[in-house]
Design a protein around this ligand. Structure first.
Ligand code: ADP
Ligand code: MG
Length: 487
């Protein structure tokens, strides 16, 4: 079998293997303070300025659970259509690391706060359901910095104790594309809920990626390798492709797969063995004696349910039913709350079909080019709806609208003013158009004769000439009508 790394398993035509993937996503809980202390969680602070005595694990300090983080985890569970466990337990996961002053991480092992749930993916060939195994709360560790000094390692404890939700999927994913859709959907749900900002550059969303391969049609799963702490969707996809190939090559050469923890080297685009897979018993998990089991009442959960906003799946359904959008359009427009809000603001006062096309087409392309988010759009929803109305009522043509749009992208200007200032108003006065058309026919006598003697293709030429002479402002429909009569 070829060892060419550019020739990925997933693309191999004779591919007889299937890749099986399960993700453990670590999502930082949106909260001003940490899981068991009142220190700030603000990103980008000077090292070690957001560390309380609890986070530094000084003797005698006791953790106190942050109720807000518990609420955030339960809300996320509700968003994942998952079972909320009214009783959960915090355990100590024991290991040594320089950035873990306690010598253990407080996590949840046997009794997580959230049980089984699901996430629906919109794939090109239909919907796919991915099972959620569990969601538990745990502390983040600090950060060891190895590259600031040739001899020393520095430790920054700002992250120490920050609340994370570990969301464990079932091994239901089958391709890098599904992983892409899964992480995006998960992030979208959490952003709608306001429980995790999903900012991957800042490390708010990372994943351990479990990969195995098996011959298609096999019932049993293969042995998995776990690729630790991957912090971008692109890297997850590259790591899976590399890892799946590596495993197929090993199997084809008659070897077996060792269950390992691996690292993805983003520069070399390959995974490397880090250590053999640790087992749960290696960590000597036991219930943290400093914390009582966490118990929540039905009433507590019911109140949180009332705070759950309309989530992407429901919004998509509403957009399709109420606004007659295609599933494709709806999927794009509900992908984040800001985009769907923008869309709903535009259509408050303008045509839905035109609004959809302008947002998905022109606006997204322009924002993309300038690397802007929808919330940073130079064109407000109000002004885009004004532009759409100018097209709808015939003041400007769709073509001129693109010019106006470009001016709007330069700054948030009222399209009506742009049309006036630049004299872009569509010419719809039949008298004025007739005069133009007469002149064009006059200037092109020979072609007009050819047209009359049957060369009907020339009609387009005349339309083009009239549009040109009018500077693109002639109402194309009227031009067509009048030209037909005159020729
Ligand atoms: P651990 O912390 O030991 O890695 P978890 O239960 O937290 O165990 O996570 C295991 C992850 O590995 C889950 O996301 C699960 O879906 C995935 N997984 C389990 N078996 C396989 C397999 N054979 N191939 C790929 N992924 C797997
Ligand atoms: Mg794991």
């Amino acid at each position: 079998m070829s060892k060419d790394k550019s020739e990925y398993l997933i693309n191999r035509k004779d591919n007889q293997y299937e890749v099986v993937i399960g993700l453990e996503v670590h999502a930082q809980v949106t909260s001003e303070s940490k899981l068991f202390s009142t220190s700030s969680t603000k990103f980008g602070a000077e090292p070690n300025t957001q560390v309380s005595l609890v986070d530094a694990a000084l003797p005698g300090m006791l953790p106190v659970i942050n109720e807000y983080c518990v609420k955030q985890a339960i809300k996320t569970g509700i968003g994942l259509k998952a079972k909320i466990n009214k009783r959960s337990v915090f355990d100590r996961k024991n290991y040594f690391y320089a950035d873990l002053p306690q010598g253990y991480q407080i996590s949840q092992f046997k009794d997580p706060i959230v049980g089984e749930g699901k996430v629906i993916l919109d794939m090109p060939d239909g919907q796919k359901e991915v099972g959620i195994e569990r969601l538990h709360l745990e502390q983040d560790a600090g950060k060891s910095i190895h590259d600031l000094d040739p001899k020393n390692t520095f430790v920054d404890l700002n992250r120490s104790g920050v609340a994370l939700m570990e969301i464990v999927s079932k091994p239901d994913l089958r391709s890098p594309d599904e992983v892409n859709a899964y992480v995006k959907k998960l992030r979208s749900i959490m952003r709608y809920l306001g429980t995790c900002d999903g900012n991957m550059q800042e490390g708010s969303l990372r994943a351990d990626v479990n990969v195995s391969v098996r011959k298609k049609g096999t019932k049993e799963f293969g042995t998995r390798c776990e690729i630790k702490n991957v912090n971008s969707i692109k890297f997850m996809q590259m790591a899976i492709e590399y890892e799946a190939n590596r495993q197929v090559d090993l199997i084809e050469d008659g070897h077996s797969i060792d269950q390992e923890t691996r690292l993805f080297d983003t520069k070399k685009n390959e995974t490397r063995s880090m250590r053999s897979k640790e087992d749960a018993h290696d960590y000597r998990y036991f219930p943290d004696p400093d914390l009582l089991p966490l118990e929540v009442s039905d009433d507590f959960i019911e109140k949180l349910k009332l705070e759950i906003p309309e989530l992407p799946d429901e919004k998509k359904k509403r957009f399709i039913e109420k606004f007659k959008l295609s599933p494709y359009e709806a999927t794009i427009l509900v992908s984040d709350n800001e985009t769907s809000n923008y869309f709903e603001n535009v259509i408050k006062k303008s045509d839905v079909k035109l609004a959809t096309n302008w947002i998905i087409g022109e606006l997204f392309a322009a924002l993309n080019e300038k690397n802007l988010e929808i919330t940073e759009s130079p064109i407000s929803a109000g002004n885009l709806s004004k532009l759409i109305n100018l097209i709808k009522d015939g003041t400007i043509s769709g073509k001129i609208a693109k010019t106006v749009f470009e001016h709007m992208m330069e700054g948030d200007k009222d399209p009506k003013k742009i049309v006036e200032e630049k004299g872009l108003k569509q010419e719809s006065d039949p008298k004025a158009l007739e005069a133009l058309i007469d002149k064009v026919i006059d200037d092109n006598r020979e072609k007009a004769t050819e047209y009359k003697s049957g060369k009907v293709k020339l009609f387009g030429f005349f339309v083009g000439q009239v549009m040109k002479v009018s500077g693109g402002k002639a109402n194309p429909q009227l031009v067509n009508e009048i030209l037909k009569k005159k020729l």
